[in-house]
Ligand binder design. Structure first.
Ligand SMILES: [Zn+2]
Length: 161
């Protein structure tokens, strides 16, 4: 799923554990894999590649690469912003930020894996690839279903409080 959806779900999970940042970190991280298993839409990247057989070691600073980093940067910022806006209170703000961060982290680790495909990173990558849904939703339906999914999670988590 896209990073802002991961951040919203991570923030939602963390909001259920507002006084336990360590548990929120673990739950956020685990939530990434749980929702990646659901068939979903992902935006295409033009230059950076993730997933099986990817190698970004020869990535150059082309326009396509800069565009990819810009898109990812917007996605990450929107994710943090939305997670904090939706769930944070004065006491829980750090826990929410940690949950959102660890929920996005596995995709950053996928990128690191394309540079250093070794050790525990390799094991994690294999798991990520294995659990990630092989059914990609496309077009308006793909975008819409992910918006709806993030919305439902946000409403559910807020109604539990
Ligand atoms: Zn993922």
């Amino acid at each position: 799923m896209i990073l802002s959806t991961h951040a919203i779900v991570g923030g939602a999970v963390a909001s259920l554990l507002p006084l336990n940042p360590a548990a929120a970190a673990i739950a956020g991280f685990a939530s990434h894999f749980a929702i990646d298993a659901i068939p979903h839409w992902d935006y295409p990247l033009r230059s950076i590649s993730l997933g099986k057989g990817s190698d970004n070691r020869r990535l150059s600073f082309s326009n396509a690469t800069l565009r990819d980093f810009a898109v990812i940067g917007i996605d990450v910022s929107a994710g943090f912003g939305l997670a904090i806006w939706l769930f944070a209170t004065e006491i829980s703000i750090w826990t929410i930020a940690i949950g959102a961060f660890t929920a996005m982290l596995p995709d950053a680790l996928q990128f690191v894996h394309t540079l250093y495909p070794r050790g525990p990173l390799h094991v994690l990558q294999r798991f990520h690839w294995w659990i990630h849904s092989k059914r990609a939703l496309t077009g308006i339906f793909g975008v819409g279903s992910q918006l709806a999914f993030a919305g439902v999670i946000a409403v559910l988590a807020r109604s539990i409080h």
